[in-house]
Design a protein around this ligand. Structure first.
Ligand code: ATP
Ligand code: MG
Ligand code: MG
Length: 582
């Protein structure tokens, strides 16, 4: 494996390690909480990053970038990456997503066990700490309970050109704020009737600092904490606390959170002043999110594609979800290669889908065993080959990896070949089968085309040939006759007729929905073509998720859902070469 190219975040980590920024750690403590680290204890992990999805949906290829970045940094710099479910929002989260996200991260090749501990965290376990932090902000004059309506709050927030207006409740006493906040906690007030706000600056040029809400009332059941709480922290308040509580050093997020960084630091600094946290505090760094051509990566759009049944489900092989990509046959190593290749920066840009496909080709070319598949079959009859006889041919499983051995491919009198490997009237430069011409049946004999049969409409239905018995591949006579064409085939008597889904891109436009268009109008109407192909018999034994190169065609995977034992169904992962044409 090649070491990932450096990037600005790796430079920051290298600098911090050199300067010993995080050499001494002080862990956040919350009264009554079972935090396992003792204060001041040396941290065996040199850095801590985290991947913090909200368990409210399936991960997509954009998340893979973030996973490779965060887990990759921990792997490369002797640290830990925390798998953290950001489940502070009641109602929306489900176990199904927790399981699917955990699976996806492991599938990509990462884990969260390190230094003898599991680093799997649920942010909802810190509600006591978050509540304590909120009370501290009230006690220190840094937060107040606001009773303006949502509408009033919106109007009084101002705009980019207008400063905001102070709430009439902004100058309540600490005692009154504390009492009201406790009433909120105790369920004495209705949803939306009041919120706790940070007291910062209603005239700040950064709107995020105009007294952001930090706790709201929500009488909702939480999957982890049940009905214990009817107030929940806002994401922008919870996030820095989660990072600090877990001892995260480098909190890496996408660029749209850049404007939130001053609030992130504000929260942590205030709590450090109050002794709830100690320096060094976590630092937030932003990178540009992945934008990929020919796909949509927005959760809302993915939900719409599934709900309106443009695809068969979250794991439809055409979707850019990780469950879909996995079913499509994309390899985890390919995603890791892709993440290294596209790098990490702060520049917003579009990545060409072909870069991802090239990474998959590269990885699959190196790893996938070769098999023979005839996707558009036409019969080839070897007239001078005995009826009811067959023999073994030997095909290497991988041309560059002899250690992967070979397999037996039976040859008999009637074969399937690709329709395009025969032309009755050959065009210039065509070296495959045409009457009078000789080609090699790959791993078999040289054959000479002798004629055709046609149906009443004049379509060729059967091609006839004769073989040259001394020319079998792997025998001394193999090179006695030189031919230019080399075609693949399967024995008709032994072939496995399989369902093969020829997948293509789900969108026909590089930027679905760009300009005035509705992205749904950019859906490619031919994103799947299901065919019956004739496969070499060894493919009957393929297990779900086994990946192959079908020689001359591309990479295919045995479908994980629709395959039956002894009766696999195949999905086309990617063609051998970039064949996408608009
Ligand atoms: P939403 O905001 O719609 O809930 P999200 O994609 O932000 O969706 P999270 O569950 O919060 O969902 O994402 C987890 C992590 O993945 C975040 O740190 C986020 O920055 C990162 N991430 C999400 N989308 C991308 C993307 N396209 N490229 C890179 N990182 C991404
Ligand atoms: Mg999010
Ligand atoms: Mg998401």
């Amino acid at each position: 494996p090649v070491a990932p190219a450096s990037n600005f975040i790796r430079h920051i980590v290298e600098r911090d390690l050199e300067q010993g920024t995080y050499a001494t750690r002080h862990w956040a403590r919350c009264p009554g909480d079972a935090q396992h680290h003792a204060a001041g204890e040396p941290d065996p992990a040199k850095i801590r990053t985290r991947f913090p999805p909200e368990p409210n949906g399936y991960l997509h290829i954009g998340h893979a970038k973030s996973i490779c970045l965060n887990f990759g940094l921990a792997r490369d710099f002797g640290g830990v990456c925390h798998m953290r479910f950001d489940d502070t929002n009641p109602e929306k989260e489900e176990q199904e997503y927790v399981d699917s996200i955990s699976d996806a991260v492991k599938w990509l090749g990462f884990g969260w066990d390190a230094f003898g501990e599991s680093h799997l965290y649920f942010a909802s376990n810190y509600f006591d700490f978050m509540y304590r932090a909120a009370e501290y902000l009230i006690e220190s004059g840094n937060a107040y309970v606001d009773q303006q309506t949502a509408e009033e709050m919106r109007t009084n927030r101002g705009s980019l050109t207008e400063p905001g207006k102070n709430s009439p409740w902004r100058d309540r006493s600490v005692a009154e704020n504390l009492a009201l906040f406790r009433e909120m906690r105790d369920g004495k007030h209705a949803d939306g009737s009041m919120v706790l706000r940070a007291k910062i600056d209603m005239a700040s040029p950064n709107i995020n600092l105009r007294d952001p809400a930090i706790y709201r009332i929500k009488h909702a059941h939480h999957h982890n904490t049940g009905d214990k709480w009817c107030i929940y922290p806002m994401y922008t308040f919870a996030h820095p606390l989660e990072d600090a509580y877990e001892g995260v050093t480098h909190s890496i997020c996408t660029l749209e959170f850049e404007d939130q960084r001053p609030f992130y630091d504000w929260v942590l600094e205030r709590l450090a002043e109050g002794g709830l946290l100690a320096h060094p505090l976590p630092k937030q760094y932003e990178f540009s999110r992945l934008n990929l051509t020919y796909v949509v990566l927005s959760k809302r759009k993915l939900i719409e594609l599934v709900e309106k049944q443009f695809v068969s489900g979250w794991d439809d092989p055409r979707l850019p979800t990780l469950v879909g990509a996995r079913r499509r046959g994309y390899a985890p190593e390919g995603f890791r290669l892709f993440a290294d290749r596209i790098g990490v920066s702060k520049a917003d840009s579009w990545i060409e889908y072909t870069i991802l496909e090239d990474c998959m080709r590269e990885v699959l070319n190196a790893s996938a065993e070769r098999r023979i598949a005839v996707l558009d079959p036409i019969k080839l009859v070897i007239d001078n080959y005995p009826v009811d006889q067959s023999e073994d041919c030997h095909a290497p499983n991988h041309p560059q990896k002899p250690e992967l051995g070979h397999r037996v491919v039976p040859l008999s009198r009637e074969l399937w070949i690709e329709r395009e490997d025969f032309m009755e009237e050959p065009v210039k430069g065509y070296f495959r089968l045409f009457p009078g011409n000789m080609v090699r049946l790959r791993y078999g004999y040289v054959v000479k085309c002798t004629g055709v049969e046609k149906d009443s409409a004049g379509n060729v239905t059967v091609v006839h040939c004769e073989y040259l018995p001394d020319t079998k591949s792997g025998t001394p006579g193999a090179d006695s006759v030189k031919v230019k064409g080399n075609i693949h085939w399967v024995s008709a008597a032994h072939a496995y007729a399989a369902e093969v889904r020829m997948y293509d891109r789900l969108f026909k436009e590089a930027h679905p929905g760009a300009g005035e268009r509705d992205y749904l109008d950019d859906i490619n109407p031919n994103s799947v073509n299901t065919i019956t192909a004739q496969l070499e018999p060894a493919l009957k034994e393929a297990k779900p998720e086994d990946r192959f190169q079908f020689e001359r065609h591309g990479y295919f995977v045995a479908d994980s859902k629709d395959s039956q034992p002894g009766k696999p169904v195949f999905n086309r992962t990617v063609t051998l070469r970039d064949a996408w044409q608009k």
